[in-house]
Design a protein around this ligand. Sequence first.
Ligand SMILES: Cc1cc2nc3c(=O)[nH]c(=O)nc-3n(C[C@H](O)[C@H](O)[C@H](O)COP(=O)(O)O)c2cc1C
Length: 151
Amino acid sequence: MDKKAIIYTSYHHHNTVNLLKDATDEFEYDWYNLLRDKDVKIPLSNYQTIIFASGIYYGRMHKVMVNFLLNHKEELENKKVLAIITSGKGAKGYAKRVKSHFKNLNVSNIEVFSCLAFDTYGPLKLIGGVNKGRPNYDDVNNLKEFLNNHL
Ligand SMILES: Cc1cc2nc3c(=O)[nH]c(=O)nc-3n(C[C@H](O)[C@H](O)[C@H](O)COP(=O)(O)O)c2cc1C
């Protein structure tokens, strides 16, 4: 059977990892939290399919994710790779940027799912944050559909 991994960076409200947990059958994947499992050597060659998932911080995926991708780009060749991002603004530009990020790493066959998510970073905290309740039920269903279409 095709072995699948989810490699993620998610810490602000755990929006990204919770969205994925709700939209997938958890046991179909091996899960790697890059921010926690810093010293774990991920056996990338074991996986045919890898989902990279990250919140957007300062306009980009987490720098730990960016570095991980840079250090392992050769190992991503010929794999099915998907990217999932969540952000406070949900800007179209983020998905575009992430797509070109992967293309620059020679991962040409890349699809990106972008989702609006709860954000209390900086001054937003003063107003109780934005996008409360996101990701929501519809977001989960949209991600399920995306995964059905692209896996
Ligand atoms: C340090 C920091 C920087 C952020 N920068 C942005 C940003 O540039 N654009 C944006 O839309 N959201 C930004 N956000 C909001 C996050 O993208 C959003 O809350 C995301 O869902 C966080 O994912 P997580 O809960 O999985 O960590 C930022 C949040 C934090 C904590």
